[in-house]
Ligand binder design. Structure first.
Ligand code: HEM
Length: 309
């Protein structure tokens, strides 16, 4: 890796350095499982966006839940990011993706900052001293990253993939039939409520319990999430996922996702790609620079894992 190596390649190489290279697996959110679902929109979004899945008719969806680590052996009993990637199947045969994690805000605002962050974490790993001196140095230089790290540090261990909320974190732009544009942020709220395991339950859990727990839970009936969208004020930042918008911004209820069972073919679905830039007419990227980096990084990860690397 040299200074001329494109930034997204440097990012993925450094992620591999951090979590190890695990052939065939995603370079982040390595262990996961896919489920079938139906999304039923309320219709409340229709005046803001022409997106086909947000009008009135239900659509099929596939959901991949994951543990955030790039190491597929990472225990679920360790607090940390959990992911929910949803692919909506649209009536015209295309799809659109919505990807969330159980964090309230992101760690950095720009691609350069993300690279600096993963390099600092890698330097701490190489130093092996356990004092996280490089991360502390990064945070001293990037105070806007501190709140997300505090949130990460305060995380519990979710009792289920179905008992934690997931945020898409970036701003996206909705466009309606008149061409009006509205900046939004998405969040999935679990209808089961937020539930973490207590210390005793963590101590008595299997190390990788989340997928089995979810499959077993689905045996008793669908697990549902409600999709909420916050409507930004024009003064709210849309290019910085470290900043949350003021709590009094209006929210609308966009629809309900009912997750019904496991997909028939986990191997087929494990090989797919969920990409935050896979949008559909009626939804545009905002001026947040991170989704474009993610698009490149996810493609690099996809190419490597598709080759069995
Ligand atoms: C900007 C910096 C980021 C980078 C470089 C990055 C990188 C990656 C990579 C390389 C993968 C594996 C992709 C694949 O092989 O298919 C991945 C997966 C994932 N990332 Fe990110 N990510 C970033 C930010 C985020 C953010 C902000 C979120 C939360 C909204 C997020 C949530 C996820 C999830 C849920 C997955 C698993 C998707 C799936 O199940 O297929 N990432 N990320």
């Amino acid at each position: 890796m040299t200074a001329e190596t494109p930034l997204p390649v440097q990012v993925v190489d450094t992620m591999e350095h951090l979590d190890g290279r695990h052939p065939g697996y995603r370079r982040a959110h390595a262990r996961g499982a896919c489920f079938t679902a139906t999304f039923t929109p309320t219709g409340e979004a229709a005046k803001y966006t022409t997106a086909a899945h947000l009008q009135g008719e239900p659509v099929s969806a596939t959901v991949r839940f994951s543990n955030g680590s790039g190491n597929p052996a990472m225990p679920d009993t360790v607090p940390g990011g959990r992911g929910m990637a949803t692919k909506f199947q649209l009536p015209d045969g295309t799809s659109t993706d919505l990807i969330g994690v159980n964090l309230p805000r992101f760690l950095v605002a720009t691609p350069d900052e993300f690279l600096a962050l993963v390099k600092a974490l890698a330097a701490d790993k190489d130093a092996g001293t356990g004092d996280q001196a490089n991360l502390q140095g990064f945070l001293a230089q990037h105070p806007s990253s501190v709140p997300a790290f505090q949130a990460l540090g305060a995380m519990g261990v979710p009792a289920s993939f179905g008992t934690t909320g997931y945020q898409a974190l970036h701003a996206f732009t909705w466009v309606n039939g008149d061409g009006d544009r509205q900046a939004v942020r998405y969040r999935w709220a679990p209808d089961l409520g937020e539930q973490n395991l207590d210390a005793d339950a963590v101590a008595h859990s299997e190390l990788q319990f989340l997928i089995d727990e979810f499959v077993e839970r689905l045996g008793a009936g669908p697990v549902t999430f409600t999709l909420h969208v916050t409507l930004a004020d024009p003064s709210d930042p849309t290019n910085d996922a470290t900043q949350v918008w003021p709590a009094d911004r209006p929210e609308i209820v966009v629809g309900t996702l009912a997750i019904t069972g496991e997909v028939d073919d986990q191997d087929h679905w494990a090989a797919q790609i969920f990409d935050p830039t896979n949008l559909t007419p009626g939804i545009d990227l905002s001026d947040d620079p991170l989704p474009r980096l993610r698009n490149s990084a996810y493609s690099i990860s996809y190419e490597r894992r598709s080759r069995g690397e």
